[in-house]
Design a protein around this ligand. Sequence first.
Ligand code: ADP
Length: 259
Amino acid sequence: MSVETLKQPSGTPESSELIRLEGVTKRFGDNTVLDHLDFSVQPGKHVTLIGPSGSGKTTILRLLMTLAKPDEGTITVDGQRLFPAPEKQVREVRKKIGMVFQQFNLFPNMSVLRNLTEAPVTVLGLSKDEAEARARELLDLVGLADKCDAKPSRLSGGQQQRVAIARALAMRPQILLLDEVTSALDPELVAGVLDVLRDIARSTDITMLCVTHEMNFARDISDQVLMFDAGRVVEAGPPEQIFGSPEQERTREFLSAVL
Ligand code: ADP
């Protein structure tokens, strides 16, 4: 398949920013979790957020997914405001974004296939046949073509997470948010999920924003790594810089603790 056929429709030219956060502040009570955060992501890039627990990484994904709202600042996606924005516009922009969570969050009472077809039919208006054909392709991509009729509870955690990835892709998002997607898995199931994500990173032009503790994976797939501490980006750069010769003491400390 050529890269051209995998291109997602985009309202902005190739070179411009797909995601832009400007002055984003998020507080929970007295706790300032994100402090006037600015960053942007170019279309098709894979950006990894690393840093200590509690530094605000997941909160950024939740703001982009509109599961929470900033207290200050603006968020723009594909040239359209996501925050602040009228509800109708938020719903439109949100369709460009898919998210995979630590706890797979599959619909337990639906078959694997139906997990993948439900939203494309009800939200995107695809016919059942179209949605099923797309779902079968995606289950093949994640190595689970033989599990269409299974209920999620019959699958291993790694298989459930691969279904969750396929389900997110079934909505044809321009942006895929990945929130510690291997953290809840038994160690022997992690590699299979990361391999699927590597494959997606290599073979599609989906923009990926990924919170992970898997440093080798981050090194492999990232175009850019953002090192967070206390709600701020303390260092940003290509993986060779961040993992090979970090400039900031805080980055060196963090990496020496986790590597
Ligand atoms: P990370 O992903 O870097 O571990 P998070 O974004 O999950 O960090 O959390 C950042 C901070 O925000 C933490 O101090 C956490 O306790 C706090 N926090 C996150 N969500 C909530 C919430 N819904 N209510 C109160 N505090 C929250």
